[in-house]
Design a protein around this ligand. Structure first.
Ligand SMILES: *Cc1c(COP(=O)(O)O)cnc(C)c1O
Length: 403
């Protein structure tokens, strides 16, 4: 039976989901985090905010995103598969839902300068977009390696007027970009808001971002009611980098035990290969970027460099909500390799005429290993489109030909 979300899986006042979460921050950021913690619920619940947020989601982002019954894909897998089309949002992924929410919060707090971190570049583009929309200064930190493998998104950010600053330490990917952004915020606490791109970071970020993304499952409910006559599926499947598209796709089903929650992680070259980002399997409890969660670390607490072909899943941690969902058994984790994801991307492209983002392709690959019945209704969160990944797909197609 449906249970009350507030009393079940939800963040507590200190920002914890079970034993995961919290706010572990340098003293220099305490003022900013307190300001946000004390205001985000009030701001986002105000009628004025809701009106602006809903209007922008509708007329600017293009929501509601369709819930599409994938007929040929369903026939292939022998079940009923519905795709939640976040790829059709303005800027091509779910990330914009969150950046619209946060830019409105930043405005209410009187902030003039916006910083962000980005991996695949999707969050950077979504942030640069809302900054252009609101006329605010935008600085995006991005790992040098990601700048090279996501050139089209770097060009988009620059076109939109953002400054892209390379992170040159560590693996030169998302984790390092996040460190740089935190450092910037410490140096500019008064005029700057940091738009975090996933359900990670210190409280209240994970809860705030999950709430802004919850529009995904809010729409799924009425769309399923219209299309299949009941407002819940048997399973929701989503890829998990930090976990924001998954959090949004699960949100209104978190406490509905009829709905299986499937979290798909990037195994990279294989879970045991040493080149992986499968945090739920390889991770242990620790603190990263301000929250207690599962992360990939050595015995003495050094972060293990993650690897995935997809820049958006190449992160050594997961959000505290997901750590709790997996730890408590509420969500099932599945790991998918680079190659399985590439195969799934090709298959979806040629079966439904939809080219998914590499991140999203991981969610589709999970259909090969999941168990389900022919009458089941499965919802896959199609978190983003694959235009940014065409270089990787082209290489993959060429390798197939020459093999
Ligand atoms: C960023 C991104 C992801 C991973 O981020 P989450 O916070 O886990 O959703 C997944 N899919 C796409 C298309 C992305 O751009």
């Amino acid at each position: 039976m449906t249970k009350n979300i507030e009393s079940e899986i939800a963040v507590d006042e200190r920002g914890y989901y079970g034993k995961f979460g919290g706010a572990f921050i340098p003293e220099m950021l305490e003022g900013n985090i307190r300001e946000l913690r004390e205001s985000y619920l009030e701001i986002s619940a105000s009628p004025e905010f809701k009106k602006e947020f809903d209007a922008l989601l509708k007329d600017y982002v293009g929501r509601p995103s369709p819930l599409y019954f994938a007929k040929r894909l369903s026939a292939h897998f022998g079940t009923n598969i519905y795709l939640k089309r976040e790829d059709l949002n303005h800027t091509g992924a779910h990330k914009i839902n969150n950046t619209i929410g946060q830019i409105l919060v930043a405005q209410k707090l009187g902030k003039q300068r916006i910083i962000a971190e980005t991996g695949a570049g999707q969050h950077g583009v979504a942030t640069a977009t809302v900054c252009a929309l609101m006329g605010l200064k935008c600085i995006v930190y991005m790992g040098e390696v990601d700048i090279a493998r996501q050139a089209p998104n770097v060009a988009r950010m620059k076109m939109l007027g953002a400054e892209v600053r390379p992170a040159t330490s560590g693996s030169k990917t998302l984790k390092d970009a996040t460190n740089e952004a935190i450092r910037d915020w410490i140096n500019n606490p008064d005029d700057t808001h940091y738009i975090i791109g996933s359900v990670v970071g210190p409280h209240p970020y994970p809860d705030m971002v999950a709430r802004f993304q919850s529009v995904i499952s809010e729409e799924t409910k009425w769309q399923l009611q219209e299309q299949v006559g009941r407002d819940y599926p048997d399973a929701v499947i989503a890829c998990v980098g930090g976990g924001s598209n998954a959090a949004g796709a699960y949100y209104h089903y978190l406490n509905d035990e009829r709905v299986r929650l499937i979290a798909v992680e990037a195994a990279g070259l294989g879970v045991d290969s040493g080149e992986s980002a499968a945090t739920s399997v390889l991770g242990t409890e620790g603190i990263i970027h301000g929250s207690r969660t599962l992360l990939m670390q050595t015995e003495d607490g050094q972060i293990v460099e993650p690897y995935s072909i997809s820049a958006g899943l190449d992160y050594p941690g997961i959000g505290p909500l997901h750590a709790h969902l997996i730890d408590s058994g509420r969500a099932e984790a599945i790991s998918v390799t680079d190659e399985e994801a590439l195969n799934a991307a090709l298959f979806l492209s040629r079966t439904e005429g939809i080219i998914p983002a590499l991140e999203t392709a991981h969610a589709f690959a999970a259909l090969n290993t999941m168990k389900y019945d022919k009458d089941d209704v499965l919802v896959v969160c199609l978190s983003g489109r694959g235009d940014k990944d065409l270089a990787a797909f082209t290489k993959y197609l060429n390798d197939l030909v020459t093999e």
